[in-house]
Design a protein around this ligand. Sequence first.
Ligand SMILES: [Zn+2]
Length: 286
Amino acid sequence: MTTPCIICVAITGSLPRKENNPAVPITISEQIESTHEAFEAGASIVHAHVRNDDETPSSDFEKFAALKKGIEKHCPGMILQFSTGGRSGAGETRGGMLPLRPDMASLSVGSNNFPTRVYENPPDLVDWLASEMLTYNIKPEIEAFDLSHILKAKDMADKGQLVGTPYIQFVMGVKNAMPVDRDVFDYYIHTVKRLFGEDAPWCAAGIGSNQLTLNEWAIAAGGHARTGLEDNVRLDRDRLAPSNAALVRRTVDICEQNNRSVATWQEARRILGLRMPETSTKGQAA
Ligand SMILES: [Zn+2]
């Protein structure tokens, strides 16, 4: 029996704007609605950034708080993952929302080039973000833009800096970083299994038109998949994606083609070793 596939939907990101695709959710209410639709389509993780009203990236604590509240209300059980990525702020502002205790947060553990700049993740900031995640019992998703980031995650896990077995996401197809390369992809999988065990979960994200390729590769190879408008605003060359949910449905179709079931939020939490949500505990107590 194969492991169910966890689908993560990256709803907004910090780059795409309405002018690129009007379906990119910007306001908190748009984000909640888009997440709800993606949740119903089969996503069990939402990866979220927040934006200012002018669509620029934001690190506003209140916006993250409002988004968390809305997602818990409208998508009960869904795994909430906040981004601590570098475009939303500098230095420790990137982790300013972690006291809200989302289930997960993204964590980049090394630096690399991005299309027009250096994506800076200095060691002291990485250590600080990891320690905040430990304090608030947040499971990091390690963003592997490079092979060295997987080995760095192993080093951090050995030192007790991370909650649980690291969940590694391979990111491929960012211009000037790791391209979409099948041999590298296979070696990433080999490395994750060697360092964290045969059954260690991993996922993959491809940027732009590479999203589809990475979804196909990851699902066929037993990994988990990320989709969403953050990484890609198109359904194919000629059509914009009408919604995050449409991209989730495309990923569900790939699961079906590969005889993988789509993980429910309960299965996803079990696979990732996450706590069950407080709401269900409250429900039992009431
Ligand atoms: Zn992101």
